[in-house]
Design a binder for this molecule. Structure first.
Ligand SMILES: *Cc1c(COP(=O)(O)O)cnc(C)c1O
Length: 220
């Protein structure tokens, strides 16, 4: 695995509005340093313990994104430094992020995670739950948390049309929500969709952040 060349190859294929979150979960810090050496500054982790350990060891100018299921009792550990949480999926989690953001004097940007795949999972709002969350307006009372967009994962399948349909569904919800709740608010702007296997389709459907692990670092 030549991590630096993997990153460079990936980057040249991307349109300018798309940023790469290098998903480094389960990979050691030497590999992250290699990516860092190739200019990568944006990394994603899905476990709090692992993220905190890596953040302490690695350069300060890395932007750390949290992309996994987030337990409320662990928010406190990442609140001081996390630059984007991709997995906000309940009002109770929102309240905890707001509380911990206040405790460290930060505004923490978060994406609403929406469940678009066919597969059963506990994480993510359904599209209707997401609409109700936004219509409930409780998020407007948060001054230490900012809703910065949406995140979703497509079904893991070879059926490209299904994947495209699911991404399109998320993009439609994103556009609808932006028009309804964030008109004139530039902070709602990120659409996190696309992984190693499906990022080209996600980009065609309007992604602004792709979360790529395997293609950069190899198998986990
Ligand atoms: C692991 C993970 C990724 C990266 O997956 P790859 O297939 O290795 O690119 C992206 N998003 C989330 C939420 C993940 O947990």
């Amino acid at each position: 695995m030549n991590i630096a060349s993997n990153i460079k190859t990936l980057r040249v294929s991307l349109p300018p509005q798309v940023r790469v979150v290098a998903v480094s979960k389960f990979h050691p810090t030497e590999q992250i340093r290699e990516a860092y050496g190739a200019g990568q500054r944006l990394f994603g982790e899905s476990r709090v313990q692992e993220l905190v350990a890596k953040q302490q060891e690695l350069p300060r100018d890395i932007e750390w994104h949290f992309i996994g299921t987030l337990q409320r009792n662990k928010v406190k550990q990442i609140a001081p430094f996390v630059t984007l949480i991709h997995s906000l999926d309940s009002e109770r989690l929102m309240q905890e992020i707001e509380k911990q953001g206040a405790a460290c004097g930060r505004v923490i940007p978060c994406l609403l995670q929406v469940h678009i795949a066919e597969e059963e999972t506990k994480s993510g709002f359904s599209p209707d739950e997401c609409r109700r969350f936004l219509e409930g307006n409780r998020w407007r009372e948060c001054s230490h948390l900012q809703i910065a967009g949406m995140m979703g994962m497509a079904t893991y399948t070879d059926n490209r049309e299904q994947v495209r349909r699911e991404f399109r569904q998320l993009k439609d919800l994103f556009d609808e929500s932006k028009a309804k709740h964030f008109a004139g608010d530039p902070s709602f702007r990120e659409l996190s969709m696309g992984m190693s296997a499906d990022y080209p389709i996600a980009i065609e459907e309007g992604s602004t952040l792709i979360r790529v692990g395997t293609l950069i670092f190899g198998d986990r």
